[in-house]
Design a protein around this ligand. Sequence first.
Ligand code: ADP
Length: 397
Amino acid sequence: FRDATVRLQAQADRREADRRLQRAERLQSLGVLAGGLAHDLNNILTAILGNLWLCRQGEGGQSETALLEIEHHAHAAADLCSRLLAGAGSAPTLPIAVDVEVAIDYVLHRERRLLPPGLEVERTDREQKLAVMADIVQFRQVVQNLVRNAIEAMVGRVGSIGVECARVCLPAAGVGGNAAALPVGDYVRIVVSDQGPGIPPDVLPRLFEPFFTTKFTGRGLGLASVHGIVRRHCGAIDVETGVGVGSRFVVHWPATTWLGVVATADHGPVPRAGKPDLAGSVLVVDDDVAVLQVTARLLRADGWTCHEASDSAQAVALLEGGLQVDGIVLDVMMPGVGGLELRETIRRLRPGLPVLLVTGMMPDDGGGAASSPDDVLLKPFPREALFARVRAWLRRE
Ligand code: ADP
């Protein structure tokens, strides 16, 4: 009986030690994330603040250059956010049927131009007519990050990087790791392999952590975003590696039926120049006052009459009070009643009234939020994209 008590106590101690270790590891990851984020954002802010000062001082040409710099750095901040959200699996996705071969060739065409001498990238098979449902920009980002890592792993060596695609039906013999936990079905398997130094055992568990890098500060978002994007698209990623042998990153992505018509280009509207012939009126709903005001000011500058509401209750009160508008620009993430819930109320109050969702990220349950890419505008949106979407309402009439 005493032996059993001692054994139970030892097991409890071990569990407590494991929990402490996991907590310490989580804190370490958080520290790496905060450090990486602060490093990148502080650089961007330094550039923005410096250029703002130059703008105030400058005459003519100098202000114009400084304004362009500020715009450039604001885009860099937006890019950082989108990579972070991708890593968290929360980047808004606009899935379409993607031609895998064309999308991969598009990435490889660009990456081949950056190859150091002695290296080449080879497509080791060419299975035709593979298609996946994916956000095309994010799909390319996955391939690009894996290929770039492979190139960087092979710098100073001679050899080739392999990119291979095939259709597989899971479960399948010999498929283990994360892919073994995927639901039964058809998948496209994309393998990126290199003959680099391989990944040491102490690096392996931290590979997908945001900002974890063995390169230099400011890197380390590549595999985190690959992981987040693949997870968001209900796929899986696995790594096979051996020190001195090289690495193979294996992605399983749910396949879709080849319908003959698949997208090969970026989505997004083609902006029209000039003001619309017919401007109408729009209700803008956003809890962030700065975004609310700037959106309304931009739309007014495009000739629209704009009404503003800073939460869902105000928006509903305006509509119930009889406000007539041609459409509503609606923030998705709002405290209390969020944009998706408000859209349902609007559909009841004003069936058929167009609603344009505006968001920086999708809520966890927002996968089906967009009935079509035209219904969603991603923050930070370029002015032209806002104008093009809002003008499209009038063309629909
Ligand atoms: P970054 O490449 O910017 O450091 P990643 O998130 O893409 O960030 O990768 C994290 C780390 O994983 C890299 O710093 C590197 O140590 C390791 N790694 C990724 N891909 C490979 C590879 N193909 N071969 C060896 N190590 C790799």
